[in-house]
Write a protein that binds this ligand. Structure first.
Ligand code: SAM
Length: 245
């Protein structure tokens, strides 16, 4: 990803047209299965990130109390990496957590967690998000973090449409937590930013809102992650809770 603004950024009107999935996968395949890798060399932000996610989700459920459906709460960790979010957050709010992760070595770590009883892992797909075909109505929570940047705009809209059909209506949630490119007020150029290191695109908030709208989703809540050290120069990280229109 990495979550920090890279020196290799370059502008492009259609920044996403430069994404090459094979380059992203080989970037990640060259990284060891560690929290350090997952967080671009800043493992110290994991705790703050997980706490921020837990607090965002708790507030969401308080604001939109869901009627108990009597079935296990099923979540899915999309672009799961080594299962950092499954182990540190999703397993505390779901009875079962599925995962989708294209890099086999990372997926094996998630499965290992399951065997060690650290996360409540359900089904797993060693697959890219754009190729994933989720089951209709299965999920109470679809968590997509730090991996939408590997999909083109069209792929992301298509993926979110599939997720829209995969949530357990009316209780379910799709949550996207992602780096956003800096607005002009924050010293950025207000454009989507391509990073050739991992062949990814960091999008503006405006672009995300358009993508959600194109996918037929309403933004029910949003928040900017606080508490990451300013000295790291990270992109602003935003979390969006989405539901079908
Ligand atoms: C920055 S890591 C984040 C992992 C995890 N979400 C976390 O926050 O700990 C990015 C992950 O996205 C995965 N990834 C790369 N391309 C992807 C794609 N097309 N679909 C889904 N995941 C992808 C990588 O293999 C890697 O595990």
């Amino acid at each position: 990803m990495p979550p920090v603004a890279s020196q290799n950024e370059s502008e492009d009107v259609a920044a996403d047209s430069r994404i090459k999935p094979s380059d992203s996968i080989s970037y990640w395949s060259d990284h060891p299965p560690t929290v350090n890798s997952m967080l671009g060399g800043y493992p110290q932000i994991s705790r703050t990130d997980l706490r921020g996610s837990a607090s965002f989700y708790a507030k969401l459920l308080r604001k939109h109390p869901s009627v108990a459906s009597g079935k296990p709460v099923i979540g899915v960790d999309c672009g799961a990496g080594i299962g950092r979010i499954t182990a540190g957050f999703l397993s505390t709010v779901c009875d079962v957590v599925d995962f989708v992760e294209p890099v086999e070595a990372f997926a094996l770590e998630v499965k290992k967690q399951q065997m060690e009883g650290k996360g409540l892992v359900g089904k797993g797909w060693v697959e890219s998000l754009e190729n994933w075909a989720p089951e209709k109505g299965r999920y109470d929570l679809i968590w997509i973090q730090w991996c939408t940047l590997y999909l083109t705009d069209v792929q992301l809209v298509d993926c979110l449409k599939k997720c829209r059909n995969a949530i357990n209506v009316p209780h379910g949630w799709i949550v996207v937590k992602e780096n956003t490119s800096k607005s002009i007020e924050l010293g950025g150029d207000g454009k989507d930013v391509y990073d050739e290191d991992d062949s990814s695109v960091t999008r503006t908030e405006t672009k995300f809102l358009k993508i959600f709208d194109d996918a037929g989703l309403n933004v029910m809540a949003k928040e900017t992650q606080r508490g990451f050290p300013k000295s790291l120069g990270l992109f602003p990280v935003r979390t969006y809770a989405l539901r079908p229109r």
